[in-house]
Unconditional design. Structure first.
Lengths: 382, 93
């Protein structure tokens, strides 16, 4: 049984005098282990509050480096940390916050090969990842190991939070049996996110973890909390265990981890797969064609706020979602090049134009980001 | 026209429609989805339905907080003052 030093008694005094926590609750926290999958926007406040609360062992899985674009919301990191390994910075920060807790670092992607092995050392996993394949993976790990998965995810101004615990309620597959087709739901890098939002949601996630450990209150099992920061509304939806769920239903067909990228239709660099090579143009080729062919028509399918950050000269701005209703602004016989930030949205736009009967349309491979890297470095990356 | 069902849109559906709450007149979930697709255009329709014309599985539809999959799916009847939420999966972190 864990005992507490004088310093720990002082450190946790505000917990210790709470009837719902007390010495016995604080002991449960010290005995507990939690795996934080991803230490970005959600994982920052999550891991900081877990460390501050005295959760005995905290595992961190991440392989990324700190980028300038993280600093608007990932509060574990400072400007001086840009370029460093997130895991190293986070572990140091959390140990400084509370040297009493053990921080375990996993400098790897969370994948089908290592996920069960890593997670089996923990009482609870907390999913703060940023992509669908890893979210399905975290779910399956939680169901197969029989441990709760405290879940939050975010989009622009909206957050979703729940606790998946298949022994007592639905799992992620009960709620969302199928992932969206690739590109159908923008992530934070594509759609933007209010920096404070992961702060709110990661803190809710930490509260749920602490409640589960303490065994107090009413966890978000079977309840999906929806928060909209724009009108600051909070709603609750009841979620149900699906008897036909392929992993936690009555006749499960999934008994081990599978290939989640395949399940989600994700394959790195695959966004151009549907386009034949003559429907794709490299940034360097475009640079020389712009000079040779004054009739070349350039279309930017990003959103206006992105256009304000950077754009190419003499370009027609038609956001992807307006394209179907604005085809009349374009000539089907024109030689057209479409671009977006990284080439994903524009590949869909090229497909749409191709289907609509446009003769010569090409996708700028890698988007304006690749243009910035390979042609004009004065264009900022965002 | 009677605009009786309250619709709450989440995620990208709200972004495309440019609105997170609206009213619409319909008797079933399938009528309601059709009416939304007509009102908010082709891109909204494409987000809502797959290539077979079925509502996409990553968008959960709740009638008064109950998942329509566990009711009568697209045939679920809806009545004046009902509240229907369309909630897509999101993955940001």
């Amino acid at each position: 049984m864990q005992t507490f030093s004088k310093d720990e008694i002082k450190r946790y005094s505000r917990h210790l005098i709470l009837p719902e926590v007390g010495i016995s609750g604080q002991r449960k926290l010290k005995d507990a282990s939690v795996l934080c999958i991803g230490i970005g926007g959600l994982g920052s406040p999550l891991s900081m509050y877990l460390a501050a609360a005295g959760v005995g062992r905290i595992g961190l899985v991440d392989f990324d480096l700190v980028d300038y674009s993280n600093l608007q919301r990932q509060i574990l990191y400072s400007t001086v940390d840009v370029g460093k390994l997130k895991l190293e910075v986070a572990a140091e920060r959390l140990r400084a916050l509370n040297p009493e807790v053990e921080i375990v670092q996993y400098n790897e992607t969370f994948n089908s090969r290592n996920a069960l092995k890593i997670s089996s050392d923990y009482d609870i996993i907390a999913d703060g990842t940023d992509n669908f394949p890893t979210r399905y993976l975290a779910n399956d790990v939680s169901v197969l190991l029989g441990i709760p998965n405290v879940y939050t995810s975010i989009f622009r101004f909206e957050g979703q939070a729940t606790v998946f615990h298949s022994k007592e309620g639905p799992c992620y597959r009960c709620l969302y049996p199928e992932p969206p087709p690739p590109g159908m739901v923008p992530n934070c890098a594509e759609g933007g996110v209010l920096g404070i939002l992961p702060g709110i949601m990661g803190t809710i996630q930490a509260s749920e973890v602490i409640k589960l450990i303490l065994g107090v209150g009413k966890p978000l099992i079977g309840r999906l909390l929806l928060l909209n920061a724009l009108d600051m509304s909070v709603r609750e939806i009841h979620t149900y265990k699906d008897p036909e769920c392929p992993i936690c239903g009555e006749r499960p067909t999934i008994h081990e981890l599978t290939d989640y990228e395949k399940f989600c239709g994700v394959n790195v660099g695959s966004y151009n797969n549907e386009l034949e090579s003559d429907w794709i143009i490299q940034p360097e080729e475009l640079a020389s064609e712009i000079i040779k062919n004054p009739k070349l028509s350039l279309i930017d399918v990003r959103n206006p706020p992105e256009w304000e950050i950077c754009n190419l000269p003499n370009v027609h701005l038609i956001p992807e979602q307006e394209l179907p209703s604005r085809l009349n602004e374009l000539d089907k016989n024109d030689d057209i090049v479409v671009y977006c930030k990284s080439g994903v949205r524009s590949s869909r736009a090229v497909m749409m134009l191709k289907v609509a009967g446009f003769k010569r349309v090409r996708n700028l491979n890698g988007g304006i980001q690749a243009w910035s890297e390979k042609v004009d470095q004065s264009i900022p990356k965002y | 026209m009677r605009m009786s069902i309250k619709i709450l849109l989440y995620g990208n559906l709200a972004s495309i429609a440019g609105i997170s709450s609206t009213n619409i007149d319909a008797n079933t979930v399938s009528q309601l989805l059709d009416a939304l697709a007509i009102r908010y255009g082709e891109v909204f329709r494409e987000k809502l339905y797959d290539s077979n014309g079925k509502p996409r599985r990553f968008i959960n539809i709740y009638v008064n907080g109950k998942d329509y999959r566990f009711l009568k799916k697209s045939d679920t009847e809806i009545f004046p003052n009902d509240e229907v939420s369309l909630i897509p999966a999101v993955s940001g972190g």
